[in-house]
Design a protein around this ligand. Structure first.
Ligand code: ATP
Ligand code: MG
Length: 248
């Protein structure tokens, strides 16, 4: 469990710069991903090496087809590299079985998607609670209530997704990720379906979680979204074209 998980939204801790000696959470070493479609080989990642440390706040950018989702799938243990090494929290997860990968994923990764991916016929509270059932977590109801409180949505706990605005749905999805007390939050275009004002509200939640110590990685096409992050990794044709950190 991270320090952030036990702290209410609003309590702040100093943000950690990338070179502060914070522990590496993610280490990619010469990671390749090749897809085979018929007789054709598609080189989606062609040798990516990078380290992301605790409490980093990272944007992954790049043109369509540059390998962003492929990289996020590997970081999120939804897929494994074809070649190279991925260490998550110091443990090599490059060659583990699908079931081991699923177990690592449910313990360490919180996902937030562009299209929210909420169950429609279930309350916000149940949506947040359900993944905790699969990971056999204890105190599930209380953790779900705490997570909804952190995103300011407790008053909508018994609403169904179709009774919520887009921004509120995404807040439920963030609460669902937080309830897992994940080592990393991975978000693929989390503001892609929202207007710019609502997108800013969602980014202010990520900003707050970052201040509380959470490690966050966001795939985005938008400079306005990336601007919130402390580091931008730009992919081009499956390699890192640029990797830039902001001074604090
Ligand atoms: N499952 C797959 N099978 C075959 N090829 C794939 C698969 N997934 C991705 N690719 C190919 O790998 C390359 C990288 O795709 P990826 O989805 O990672 O790009 P992206 O940067 O996320 O693009 P976008 O911004 O459009 O989401 C592309 O050429 C894509 O066509
Ligand atoms: Mg993509």
């Amino acid at each position: 469990m991270t320090a952030a998980a036990s702290r209410p939204l609003g309590a702040t801790a100093a943000a950690t710069p990338p070179d502060s000696g914070a522990l590496p959470v993610i280490e990619l070493i010469d990671v390749h991903k090749t897809y085979r479609v018929g007789t054709e080989l598609i080189l989606a990642l062609r040798g990516v090496t990078l380290t992301i440390r605790e409490n980093e706040y990272v944007a992954i950018m790049g043109a369509s087809g540059s390998g962003k989702s492929t990289m996020l799938n590997i970081l999120g243990c939804l897929d494994v590299p074809s070649r190279g090494t991925y260490r998550l929290g110091g443990a090599d997860v490059s060659r583990v079985s699908q079931s081991k990968l699923a177990s690592v994923r449910s313990r360490k990764i919180g996902f937030v998607f562009q299209s929210f991916e909420l169950l429609p016929r279930t309350t916000a509270l149940k949506n947040v609670e359900l993944p905790l059932v699969y990971s056999h977590a204890r105190k599930r109801r209380q953790r779900a209530i705490d997570a909804l409180t952190r995103v300011g949505l407790l008053e909508r706990a018994l609403h169904h997704p179709n009774q919520l605005s887009g921004g509120q749905k995404q807040r439920v999805a963030i609460a669902r990720a937080l309830a897992q007390e994940p080592d990393i939050i991975l978000a693929d275009e989390p503001t892609g379906n929202l207007d710019s004002k609502t997108g800013e509200e969602i980014m202010s939640i990520f900003d707050q979680l970052h201040r509380e110590g959470q490690t966050i990685i966001i795939v985005t096409h938008e400079d306005d979204i990336a601007r919130h992050c402390r580091r931008t990794i730009r992919l081009k044709d499956g390699v890192v074209e640029e990797d830039r950190s902001k001074g604090l």
